[in-house]
Every structure is written in C-alpha cells, then in structure tokens.
Design a protein around this ligand. Structure first.
Ligand code: 7XF
Length: 394
C-alpha cells in the first residue's frame, strides 16, 4: 500500500474502502436504514458490542464512516462523527461533555444559533456560560470558575472575522483541565488545524466549504477516539442528530475539490477585500488577509490564509446598507457560506438575529455590518457587481 500525507491527496483518498464486489471508483451509497443479521445471536452480539458490524444507520453506516475517516485524517485527529447539521455537531459535542451545574467559557461573538444554544437552551438545563472577548486573555482567565468544563470558540469569528490565538487558548485549556472546542467552519482543515495548537475537539458545519455546493446541511465532530466514542454512544445515539448517508455521500464528492476551491475562495476574497478597503465609500473592512487587520500576523502561522468570508461597513446609513445589498445581482442575498455562488447577508437581522441589540454591540456586530461569502466566480465580475452597488448608494 502506498503512503501519502499531502492534504490534496487525503481529501480524495483518506478513508477510502475499496469495493471488492464491483470495483466501484466512487464511494458506494449505502442508502439503508437497517442492516440484516445472520442470526438472532449475531444481532445480540452486535448490540452488546461483542462483534463489530453495522446495526442501524442512526448508530453507523458505511458511507458515513468513510466521511468520518476522511475528516479525521484531514484534521489530524483520531476519529470523527458526522452529524445531521452543524448545530447538531455543536449540541452533541457540548451535551456529551456537560451536565447540569457545569460552566462554559465562550467567545462573545459566535454564530447566532450557537449563541442561543448556549444562552437560552443550556441555561434551561442549568449549564451556564460566560461570554468573553477572547482577544483579551485576562478576561478569559477572569471568567474561569471552579465548575468550568469547556472553552468554546470560532476563529475567525462568524460574522466579523475576529481571530483568536489558538496556541494561547490550547495552553490555557490544558493548564486548567478544560475541554477546548473550536468551530473550524470558516477555514476548514486546509487552512487551519486546531489540533496543532492542542485543541481537543474540532467541529464544522459541513454545510459550508466541506461540501461546497450548497445542497446539503450537515456537520462533523473530530477528536480523540475516546471522545468520539463517547459522543456517538450518548448524545448521537440517544438524541439522534445523525447524518443521512445520502448527505454524507454528497460531502464525500464535494470534499475532493476542497483544496483547489479554498485556494480560489481565498484569492478572490483577498482581491475583493483590497478593492473594498481602498474605496472611500467603505468605512471598514474585516478580513484577516489585510495588513490593517489586527490578526494579520497569524497568516502563514496559525492559519495558512484568511479564507473566503469577509465583512465590511459602508459609510452611510442603515438604509443605504440594505439598499447596497438589494442592488447586488451576482451576489445572491442568502445566509450560509462556502458555496461556489457568492452570497451576501446582513448579520444583525439574519444570522445573528438571536442576539439582543446590546449583546450584538458587545460582540462587535454593528447594524451596518454586511457579510459576504466570496464564491468561485471570476473576481472581475464580482468586483463589477460591487462597483455598481457602491455607485447606487453614493
Ligand atoms: O447547522 P448548520 O449546518 O447551519 O451550522 C451551524 C453553524 C455552525 N458554526 C458556524 C461557524 C456556522 O456559520 C454555522 C451556520 N452558519 C450559517 C451562516 O452563518 O450563514 C447559518 C445560516 S442561518
């Protein structure tokens, strides 16, 4: 067997399980809810964990398994669990590791439904969260309590692209026996591997770049074999946010081009960020690939490149920001990100609407903030679309 470890090869081959019956090149889709046992005794042995083998797709499926093995290899983790959605991944990970009375330290800016999961749902079950600005390391230290179990963050942050220091956070978690969880959706393992900084669990909304084609909602959790086994045998088994094998199959197909797609997303986003930054009608651009960004020094170190999402504020009123969005035509007005199509959305009224206005202000998400997910179209066409919309508001 040949050995390989380059990312571009792993996205295509990691976890492949050659089909000896027909020699299929692409992964067979095992679209089945259940698996037939040879005997009653065999069924009993599988349920008792005395014999390897599939039982029922909520508990595992061969197509899903290939996706899990591929992601584990890409993140450099021992194992992975695929989930029905990104929120399914966040919820299953945290619920498997927390109980009533426990405490979480989380970044004060995270995806809107992660925010409401922490502050509304978990609060109902007696799990408390302190939200902090994680660029302030003293604030993280100050948030530590005797019952703190988990530290949770995204970097770069959805939607305003703030970047946190993973090396510091990984060491802080280890020193205080916390489980560190990083949502790596914005960069994917091609651009950032949190495991290299000692992070314990990495989750993704696979809806985004991993699938890359805007036709699936899914999630994935990567971690140690023991952590993944625990998550699968507790919250995934009993709460059921398991992925559909068909969605796993689509992601296995989409992910083969992850590396080349990310290169193009990054170069398009870089050029658009530079274009916006030099335009006098744009007040501020949030993109870590710009030297003006406070985390620019992390490029090439913590993160290979800055990714395909950026945000900006226009000079002008709230109404002008909405008019700008409405004037774009190549950028589709839609939430989500990481697709071939460029998308534009308004975080305050859309993805981050679960925040109160006060919490949003604290998180640095202004009412005028516009977020774009730069797609794979030709960058000149995208910039022309932006130019037309900028002219409209000036
Ligand atoms: O459950 P989903 O697959 O939609 O993933 C939830 C999720 C988790 N982490 C991050 C960093 C995310 O960005 C998301 C979903 N975000 C979309 C967005 O920001 O456009 C959701 C659209 S409302």
């Amino acid at each position: 067997m040949s050995s390989y470890n380059h990312f571009e090869t792993l996205v295509i081959h990691a976890g492949e399980n050659p089909d000896h019956q027909y020699g299929c090149l692409s992964t067979p889709l095992y679209q089945t809810s259940t698996f037939v046992f040879d005997s009653a005794q065999q069924g009993g042995r599988r349920f008792a964990g005395e014999e390897q083998g599939y039982i029922y797709t909520r508990l595992g499926n061969p197509t899903t398994r290939q996706l899990e093995e591929r992601l584990a290899a890409l993140e450099g983790m021992e194992d992975a669990a695929a989930t029905a959605t990104g929120m399914g991944a966040v919820a299953a990970t945290l619920m498997a590791n927390l109980r009533s009375g426990d405490h979480i330290i989380a970044a004060n800016a995270v995806y809107g439904c992660t925010y409401s999961l922490l502050t509304e749902q978990f609060a109902r079950y007696g799990i408390t969260t302190t939200l902090v600005d994680m660029s302030d390391h003293q604030a993280i230290e100050d948030a530590l309590q005797e019952n703190t179990k988990v530290i949770f963050l995204e970097t770069p942050v959805n939607p305003n692209l703030v970047v946190f220091d993973l090396d510091w956070i990984g060491r802080f978690a280890k020193n205080n026996q916390l489980i560190s969880v990083v949502d790596n959706t914005f960069l994917t393992p091609y651009l950032q591997r949190p495991k290299d900084f000692g992070i314990d669990l990495v989750i993704h909304s696979a809806t985004k770049y991993l699938n890359g084609h805007g036709d699936v909602v899914a999630g994935i959790i990567c971690g140690s074999a023991a952590q993944i086994e625990n998550i699968k045998m507790t919250t995934l088994k009993d709460m059921g946010a398991t992925i559909s094998p068909h969605d796993a199959w689509l992601i296995l197909r989409g992910i083969k081009t992850l590396a080349i797609r990310m290169d193009r997303h990054c170069s398009n986003a870089q050029q658009i960020a530079e274009f916006l930054e030099q335009d006098s009608r744009v007040a501020r651009v949030f993109y870590p690939g710009l030297p003006s960004h406070s985390a620019y020094h992390h490029i090439g170190k913590q993160m290979k490149a800055a990714g395909g999402v950026l945000a900006f504020e226009l000079e002008g009123s709230f109404e002008q920001s909405l008019a700008f969005i409405n004037t774009l035509s190549l950028f589709k007005i839609a939430v989500s990100l990481g697709d071939a199509e460029s998308l534009v959305q308004h975080p305050a009224s859309m993805t981050h609407s679960p925040y109160s206005p006060e919490a949003r202000a604290k998180a640095g998400i202004s009412d005028n903030l516009i977020r774009i997910s730069v797609g794979l179209e030709h960058v000149e066409d995208l910039i022309s679309d932006l130019k037309i919309a900028l002219k409209e508001i000036s």
